[in-house]
Design a protein around this ligand. Structure first.
Ligand SMILES: *[C@@H]1O[C@H](CO)[C@@H](O)[C@H](O)[C@H]1NC(C)=O
Ligand SMILES: *[C@@H]1O[C@H](CO)[C@@H](O)[C@H](O)[C@H]1NC(C)=O
Ligand SMILES: *[C@@H]1O[C@H](CO)[C@@H](O)[C@H](O)[C@H]1NC(C)=O
Ligand SMILES: *[C@@H]1O[C@H](CO)[C@@H](O)[C@H](O)[C@H]1NC(C)=O
Ligand SMILES: *[C@@H]1O[C@H](CO)[C@@H](O)[C@H](O)[C@H]1NC(C)=O
Length: 360
């Protein structure tokens, strides 16, 4: 816990939603990725990108030796943050290479329902061609995507300034959360990944009300404010995502005894309703951190033509191949990621899915 001293100064949250009844289960910390052990709990995925990105995911040793993963020492707290980045030194030959070197890390453990994922992130990738994400993917032996579900916590493309939170499932899961219960805007409510492709998705506002502060949810302003703490809860009744300032955490969260039902800050997103069975459509989840480049979303030609033509490059791939210098700031910096569980079963061990991690 790197910021306990600051967190102890936290003030009571100002902007409020009606607190839910105090029924949440007791969460205990079952995993922590932080400090010099941050990378120990992950394997690197180095197969071709399942989302058609112009990216070459490297193995964990290559990532470390080429500084795509590293530690950033923070003198003030006498601890190291974790750096996860993209190669920014080499040009890439677009017609002979799979793409620019990058990292896709997948947790060695999987986590069942009754899960609280707390991501303390100081910096996240932004800019032309990037498609970063921190997300959870169902990992059940023999079950193909999306049949054990996917829950995206942080995700955006290119120069977007707002976070997208999305669920992907098999047919038969749709949500009907009350709009007043969350700060974002629901774009799609059918989580079925096979017909709609998009899943059910809530866009955060660019600027969210988090306690007594206004916080950017993505993009350069998110980095300028020093990031924030994204928290996602998965229970039998739904999936909810909050954003907090690092020095304004609810006291129970700062104390590592989180009780989400007592939080008064309105979440960014809430997926709920009787149209989805959140214990059937989502099962054992694996934590993934990756930085894709181009691919099915960031590389969409219509999107590129509409928003990224100003780069002077006709396609996303062309841009990513020719502009290594553009990726110097395309990195994640994490203080920690903590996993809390209310589930009596211990975390599971991840296996290889038959069709790993196709998503948008
Ligand atoms: C709600 O839960 C918190 C944390 O467990 C506890 O401190 C508080 O007293 C509870 N409130 C009520 C009304 O039960
Ligand atoms: C990685 O970073 C270290 C420390 O800054 C530096 O000495 C080394 O040359 C870098 N390696 C590469 C491949 O960039
Ligand atoms: C690759 O692209 C370059 C420049 O566009 C072209 O000159 C070259 O012939 C291409 N090579 C192959 C193998 O297609
Ligand atoms: C959800 O699905 C599980 C597993 O199929 C089932 O046991 C449970 O009864 C379902 N819950 C509801 C509310 O239908
Ligand atoms: C690209 O994005 C546009 C606009 O959002 C969308 O209509 C189109 O279906 C997308 N194309 C592909 C191939 O995904």
């Amino acid at each position: 816990m790197l910021f306990t001293a600051l967190a102890l100064l936290a003030l009571a949250a100002g902007i409020t939603a009606a607190p839910a009844s105090n029924t949440s289960a007791v969460y205990r910390k079952v995993e922590e990725y932080s400090g010099s052990n941050f990378f120990d709990g992950f394997d690197a995925f180095n197969l071709p990108d399942p989302t058609n990105g112009f990216v070459q995911y490297v193995d964990i040793d290559t990532a470390a030796s080429s500084n795509l993963t590293a530690f950033i020492f923070q003198e003030a707290v006498d601890a190291s943050n974790a750096f996860v980045g993209v190669d920014y030194q080499q040009r890439v030959i677009s017609n002979t290479s799979a793409g620019r070197n990058s990292v896709r890390m997948m947790s060695k453990n999987t986590f069942g329902v009754g899960l609280l994922t707390v991501v303390d992130v100081l910096h996240a990738p932004t800019g032309p061609g990037v498609w970063p994400a921190v997300w959870l993917l169902g990992n059940v032996t023999g079950v193909d995507w999306p049949n054990s579900g996917e829950m995206d916590i942080m995700e955006w493309v290119n120069d977007r300034t707002y976070n997208a939170m999305t669920l992907h499932t098999a047919p038969g899961c749709s949500v009907d959360s009350t709009p007043e219960d969350y700060q974002g805007q629901m774009l799609t409510s059918d989580c079925n990944a096979q017909t709609g492709e998009q899943g059910c998705s809530i866009s955060a506002p660019a600027t969210a009300e988090c306690g007594d502060q206004h916080l950017a949810t993505a993009g350069p302003a998110f980095n300028a404010q020093g990031g924030g703490v994204y928290v996602q809860e998965w229970t039998a009744s739904g999936v909810t995502t909050w954003l907090f300032a690092r020095d304004r955490l609810p006291q129970d969260l700062a104390d590592e005894k989180p009780n989400p039902s007592s939080w008064t800050t309105k979440p960014l997103a809430k997926f709920s309703g009787s149209g989805c069975n959140f214990t059937r459509d989502f099962q054992q989840q694996q934590l993934i951190i990756n930085i894709c480049l181009c691919g099915d979303w960031a590389g969409n030609q219509t999107l590129w033509d509409q928003t990224m033509r100003r780069t002077g490059s006709p396609t996303c791939v062309d841009y990513v191949a020719q502009h290594p210098e553009s990726f110097k700031d395309a990195y994640f910096e994490f203080a920690s990621i903590k996993m809390y569980s209310s589930n009596p079963s211990p975390p599971g061990t991840a296996g290889i899915n038959k069709r790993d991690g196709v998503r948008r």
